[in-house]
Design a protein around this ligand. Structure first.
Ligand code: SF4
Length: 371
């Protein structure tokens, strides 16, 4: 990548009010002192970017719970960032937030700071399911946050929907999808619950009332078929948008483009190298530098990421990046029985079908072995 191409900037904000029982992301409890210390240290690290002469067209505050930082700290971080990195006029600037009844002033300050996309952790529109996953917000809070966001000019809104959570059935999922239809966000991220080791759900995994693998597959297909029927185009395994409002920041990950990650547990990909910060706020505040992970951007990585996208792997993008088209062995494997149901193929591309997306790990792994 040319250094002058616009890059993405990701801030990992590692604070949560309490730990959700299914979550293994790095986060700690927030105090005013820690929030200030995190902001000061992040400002210091952002200032170091000045020497790189970068421009950015996406900025993403993820977490954790970035809304815990408060609007003023986000305002400060964006102000400093714009002094050190040239932010494109049409940049997508996203903040993740948990729906809350008192987010009015937070959203107002975010809007004034230039945030133009809100990603809300809705997860479900069924109160019993929200309680089962340890969420304290209500569906009404989601509607209130959407209304508030629109009123301050943040019109690009994404809702997270979780699939396969305790007590979820096709009927309750229908309720959540009908809620989404009414709320009309521009974007939906729908993720299957994964029970990760080390979480409270993992310890109770044998008694959790969750769908089995087939049930999960049905919930997934129900979700994306319904979203499609109400005007959302699926553009990635877990993401759909209407009116072209794809998540431009996350698209950089799946297109294997470079981005800067800052914050405890953040990952980045810059100057061809992947790196990560340790899962320690203390180390981050103490100035510990990120560790080298691996060289990034090779053919295997590129194909693996690109096949997550509905547009899939194209002759054009392969030639542009590696000087040759889609490997012939890959094309013949994907486009012939018994795999033809899982891939769409034509002269220009191969891509996973929705059915194929359910088996993406195995199918992509199978193609990668042919490299
Ligand atoms: S799911 Fe989100 S809010 Fe819950 S602990 Fe994880 S990062 Fe925090």
């Amino acid at each position: 990548m040319s250094e002058k191409e616009p890059i993405g900037i990701y801030f990992h904000v590692p604070f949560c009010r309490r730990k959700c029982p299914y979550c293994d992301f790095y986060s700690v409890g927030a105090t005013e002192q820690l929030l200030d210390a995190y902001t000061d240290e992040t400002v210091r690290r952002v200032q170091q970017l000045k020497a790189e002469g970068l421009s950015a067209d996406t900025v993403y505050f993820g977490g954790g719970t970035p809304s815990l930082l408060g609007g003023k700290r986000i305002f400060r971080l964006l102000s400093v960032l714009s002094e050190c990195v040239s932010i494109a006029e049409n940049a997508e600037i996203t903040v993740e937030a948990n729906p809350s009844a008192d987010s009015g002033s937070f959203l107002r300050t975010c809007g004034a700071a230039g945030v133009n996309r809100l990603s809300l952790g809705m997860q479900s529109a069924v109160p019993e399911e929200l309680a089962a996953i340890g969420r304290s917000h209500s569906p009404d809070d989601v509607l209130y946050n959407i209304e508030m966001a629109h009123s301050v000019g943040i019109d690009n809104i994404s809702l997270d929907l979780m699939l396969g959570i305790p007590h979820q059935t096709p009927e309750t999922l229908h309720t959540s999808l009908a809620f989404i239809k009414r709320a009309a966000p521009s974007h939906v991220s729908a993720y299957l619950l994964k029970i990760e080791e080390g979480t409270a759900f993992y310890r109770r995994r044998d008694s959790l009332p969750v769908a089995d693998e087939d049930g999960q597959a049905d919930l997934y297909l129900q979700t994306f078929n319904t979203l499609e029927a109400i005007g959302y185009q699926q553009y990635e395994i877990s993401n759909a948008a209407r009116g072209g409002a794809v998540g431009r920041h996350n698209l950089k990950y799946w297109r294997d483009e470079e981005y800067i990650g800052v914050g405890p547990a953040a990952h980045g990909f810059f100057h061809g190298r992947r790196y990560f910060f340790g899962r320690s706020l203390k180390d981050y505040l103490g100035g510990v530098e990120p560790a080298f992970d691996c060289l990034g951007g090779d053919e295997e990585e590129y194909i693996m990421l690109r096949l997550r996208l509905r547009e899939g792997l194209t002759e054009r993008c392969m030639k542009q990046r590696f000087g040759h088209g889609i490997p012939a062995a890959m094309r013949s494997k994907a486009c012939a029985p018994p795999y033809a149901a899982f891939f769409t193929c034509d002269d220009e591309h191969i891509a996973l079908t929705r059915q194929g997306m359910l088996l993406s790990n195995a199918l992509i792994g199978m193609l990668i072995e042919l490299l």
